[in-house]
Design a protein around this ligand. Structure first.
Ligand code: X8Z
Ligand code: ZN
Length: 611
């Protein structure tokens, strides 16, 4: 339906809940004597209406994010207000039928409708208008955000340009300036963010949830508290691997920048990890002493030398899906997508994938750079588009992923198959590095995949605390950095205060996109890949497996994708993997040889573990 990662701000169809499992603290609208026939009629009408409003809001948001002006912001706010208000109303009405015995399909639709509002507006037209304005303005502010190194004088750098600088500069002072510069984007959002929280909580309470966080955690076919516990279980399993990586990277950065800049046993300064948010560390790979095989290659350089253009980058991604048996993207995809940042206007550059009419109007919006990182991100985005298309024959309420982590995991799974063997097959490299280069390859992968894990956790740990009131507006920034330090072991390069609002400098916070999905996706993608490689009959270590060209694996993947949200997510997981539970062993096994190597290096170099 809407942008692939379902901007909850606008009450997008969201996922799955077995109703009454603990999140709701009241059953507001219960009226007796509703019949199954009435329930069926209500669900059919609501589903259709919801579908129409969703598509209208989707189109308005597409225009707003592609042409940020006061007018488009207003148009998007209006469309989203109508959708958000209607979805909160339908969610409330759906509870009227909670006790009515329905067919499994209708019962699931009822549950999905009850949850279809991701950020419910209160039942008050003034508050509904206000919420819609606040949401649109926060999203727009992020899109317009820039850092002007010389104050008022141009040139100014947008998020893509700042990201590039932070990925490539090795001058700690310059990096610090850029980090501070970009983070200033968040400060003006603070008050509006606090107001948004109030309004969303009020709407959630009216629906019977304690707060927005409780509503968000209710989307996973299990009681919300059990979901939170499940996350902690997975993280505990993976934490030792993260600690080994953290210790090694910190040691190597201290070697590069000196102990005055990087404390050998403290948190890592967040501006030195090659990424504005220190969320993935692949851009500092070249600072690592891992043993590079003679045939090692630099995909960024290869793509640039071949003069690959943005469309060419997308074509590589599409070609992978075609090789699995998926049909080509529609002509309109190529006509309507945005691949390059326009010179003359503000757009939201953060990559996203859309299905504007919930039929086949698939699009990507991304300011593509010719780099290995964006090569992978393209696969990520197309994963959303091919998922959207696979479920587009489902009824509207089932046109979604099994849970939001599934949506985020599909393209990443495909990108795991972008192995050296695959790159050779498609002619991008001539020689595959020998097995002795595997440690180096796994390190590159870990800098992206493992480094991200605690970041994927903390964004919503912070938001859940904010929504529940455990963290008050006057503690927003402190709570943010407490969590970043506790889980990630990173620290801001300069002292921060409550005049700052650093969460606002990360897209998903002002855009109100739930983030736990990305943590889940890191786990799922290795589970998916393990299952697909088995299906394809590929033997040997998982990190060497590519399912490129394997129709059997493609069919298996499609069997899961085409289910959409019609069944609880464990059913979908089982179709692909035979498992009904999230399982971190696929990821841990993938990186096990690297863990051994990292531990050896840390010991040999005397790098302490932890902070
Ligand atoms: O936001 C994204 C995608 C769009 S759904 C580009 N990702 C997260 C991020 O950039 O913070 C992918 C990885 C995590
Ligand atoms: Zn995504």
């Amino acid at each position: 339906m809407r942008s692939a990662w379902m901007r909850m701000a606008v009450g997008v169809l969201c996922c799955v809940l077995l109703g009454g499992m603990g999140a709701r603290i009241a059953n507001g609208q219960a009226k007796p004597a509703a019949t199954p026939e009435e329930a069926k009629k209500f669900l059919e009408e609501a589903e259709q209406r919801y579908f129409d409003l969703n598509n209208k809001a989707s189109r308005a948001s597409w225009v707003q994010e592609n042409f940020i002006t006061d007018d488009t912001e207003q148009i998007a706010a209006d469309a989203n207000e109508i959708l958000n208000t209607a979805s909160a109303k339908y969610a409330k009405e759906a509870h009227r039928y909670d006790g009515v015995k329905l067919s499994p399909e209708l019962a699931r639709k009822r549950l999905l409708l009850e949850l279809a509002t991701g950020f419910p507006a209160p039942d008050d037209p003034k508050a509904q208008k206000e919420l819609a304005q606040v949401l649109a303005s926060l999203d727009g502010d992020y899109g317009k955000g820039q850092w002007c190194p010389d104050g008022d004088k141009k040139p100014c750098l947008d998020v893509t340009a700042v990201g590039k600088l932070m990925a490539t500069s090795r001058d700690p002072e310059e990096l610090k300036r850029a980090w501070i510069g970009w983070h200033a984007v968040g400060a003006p959002m603070r008050q509006r963010y606090a107001r948004m929280v109030e309004l969303g909580n009020q709407g959630s309470k009216e629906l019977g949830y304690a707060d927005v966080g409780a509503l968000w955690r209710s989307n996973y076919d299990m009681p919300p508290d059990a979901f939170a516990k499940e996350l902690d279980r997975l993280w505990e399993q993976l934490r030792p691997l993260y600690l080994s990586l953290h210790a090694y990277v910190r040691g190597q950065l201290a070697k590069k920048y000196g102990k005055d800049v990087v404390s050998p046993n403290g948190p890592i300064p967040a501006h030195l990890l090659g990424n504005i948010w220190a969320q993935e560390w692949n851009n500092v790979y070249d600072l690592m002493d891992s043993p590079k095989p003679a045939q090692s290659f630099d995909l960024t350089k290869i793509l640039q030398e071949r003069k690959t253009d943005p469309k060419g980058m997308v074509k590589y991604g599409e070609n992978f899906f075609l090789s699995l048996g998926f049909p080509p993207l529609p002509q309109t995809f190529w006509e309507r997508s945005l691949f390059t940042k326009p010179a003359d206007r503000d757009v939201v550059c953060h990559a996203s994938a859309w299905d504007v009419d919930s039929k086949d109007d698939l699009r990507v919006k991304m300011c593509i750079q010719i780099t290995e990182e964006d090569f992978r991100t393209i696969h990520h985005e197309l994963g959303h588009n091919f998922y959207q298309r696979a479920y587009n024959t489902q009824p509207p309420l089932f046109q979604n992923s099994a849970n939001d982590g599934f949506h985020e995991a599909v393209g990443d799974t495909i990108a795991l198959s972008v192995t050296p063997e695959y790159l050779k097959k498609i002619g991008l490299i001539e020689t595959v590095p020998p097995a002795s280069g595997d440690t180096d390859y796994l390190l590159q992968q870990a800098l992206e995949k493992v480094a991200f894990l605690p970041f994927g956790l903390v964004i919503d740990k912070w938001r859940w605390q904010v929504f529940s009131g455990q963290v008050k507006p006057e503690q927003y920034n402190k709570a943010w950095w407490d969590l970043r330090e506790k889980y990630q072991g990173v620290a801001p390069p300069v002292a921060r205060t409550e005049a700052d609002f650093d969460p606002g400098a990360k897209y998903h916070v002002p855009a109100n996109v739930p983030y736990m999905r990305y943590f889940l996706a890191r786990i799922y993608q290795f589970q998916f890949q393990r299952a697909l490689c088995k299906e394809a009959g590929v033997e040997g270590p998982l990190h060497r497996c590519s399912i490129y060209g394997n129709k059997k694996a493609g069919e298996k993947l499609n069997a899961m994708l085409s289910m959409g949200a019609s069944k609880p997510w464990p059913d979908a997981l089982e179709v692909l993997t035979g498992q009904r539970e999230m399982d971190a062993t696929a990821l841990a096994d993938y990186f096990a040889p690297l863990k051994t190597w990292l531990d050896e290096q840390n010991k040999k170099n005397g790098y302490p573990v932890g902070w």
